[in-house]
Ligand binder design. Structure first.
Ligand SMILES: Nc1ncnc2c1ncn2[C@@H]1O[C@H](COP(=O)(O)OP(=O)(O)O)[C@@H](O)[C@H]1O
Ligand SMILES: [Mg+2]
Length: 290
């Protein structure tokens, strides 16, 4: 199993949403990390065939996915970012509807839908209308529908938006349990969603794939660039303006600043261990300081 993107570019009138993106994925969990507008949805829509690239190719096991779109769609599961549910459908009716759209035979559809609803923990509410579901329940239904054809490639666009911390934990466990022998690619701008479950993180910034690798290796690239220093509050405004600050903790008339900087930001600043959150700020600093 191998999904390969080669020199994928997408231009809208005057915006280049993707700029020569190339990567190859084998089974595993991959987190596509990027701030809003970095091109994640565009990339996923192209891979899933909803949108046509300007140039470049997507191949699966060496076959062009546009030229063989039916074959690719049969092994692909996709949860779009703007996924719409039918509020008056029950979870079960919705799943059966998706199964019918995917051409799954009636005789097997029901069993498969029940199994999947069980797997995502919606068995108790499967006969309740979707409009009564919480955000987390809807997202789990979204994942269940993406899994209906037991896909080899599962693409989830911002699947954790709107989830509370408990639901996020549940989501991560769900993805980990699904992922065996699948290519799972999920996008997020929330670092903690992928820090521990993703085998690799792909950093997409303004349409360019900036980096990819296991979380620890990416974090390594900013080792030596994260500092902590305590400043008197009268110096605080100046420091905040000059530096990229990843955290500040007030204590009386002093503030402890966590600073991302190649140079030592203050004489008494000390190195600290970087985190993926620091890395995110390092790449997406414009959004961070704006
Ligand atoms: N249909 C479109 N027409 C013009 N520009 C678009 C369109 N869709 C997206 N874009 C632009 O492409 C860039 C990437 O958008 P998108 O793929 O939605 O990013 P993300 O999902 O990472 O937030 C943005 O600058 C966005 O404004
Ligand atoms: Mg998006």
């Amino acid at each position: 199993m191998q999904l390969e993107l080669k020199d994928l570019t997408k231009s809208y009138d005057d915006t280049i949403a993707l700029n020569r993106v190339s990567f190859r994925l084998t089974p595993g969990i991959y987190g596509l990390l990027g701030s809003n507008g970095s091109g994640k949805t565009t990339l996923f829509r192209i891979i899933s065939g909803v949108l046509k690239q300007t140039t470049g190719t997507v191949t699966y096991n060496g076959e062009n996915t546009r030229a063989n779109s039916d074959a690719f769609r049969s092994i692909l599961g996709f949860l779009p970012q703007d996924f719409s549910y039918y509020p008056d459908f029950t979870g079960m009716k919705f799943m059966l509807y998706i199964a019918a759209l995917k051409g799954i035979h009636k005789n097997v559809a029901k069993k498969r839908c029940v199994e999947l609803l069980e797997l995502v923990g919606l068995e108790d509410v499967r006969n309740k209308k979707i409009k009564t579901y919480s955000g987390g329940m809807k997202q789990r239904l979204g994942i269940a529908q993406a899994m209906i054809n037991d896909p080899e490639v599962l693409i989830l666009d911002e699947p954790t938006v709107g989830l509370d911390p408990k639901e996020r934990v549940r989501f991560r466990n769900l993805i980990s349990s699904f992922s065996e022998n699948k290519i799972v690619l999920l996008s997020t701008h929330i670092v903690s969603d992928i820090e521990y479950i993703a085998d690799e993180i792909l950093v997409l910034n303004k349409g360019v794939l900036e980096n990819r690798g296991p979380s620890f290796r990416l974090i390594d690239t900013i080792s030596g660039c994260v500092w902590e220093t305590e400043v008197e509050n009268d110096r605080l405004a100046g420091m905040l303006q000059q530096h990229l600050i990843s955290n500040q903790k007030h204590a009386g008339n002093k503030t402890v600043l966590r600073i991302i900087s190649k140079e030592k930001p203050a004489p008494e600043a000390k190195h600290v261990q970087p985190t993926l959150e620091d890395l995110y700020l390092y790449y997406f600093r414009e959004e961070a300081v704006r």
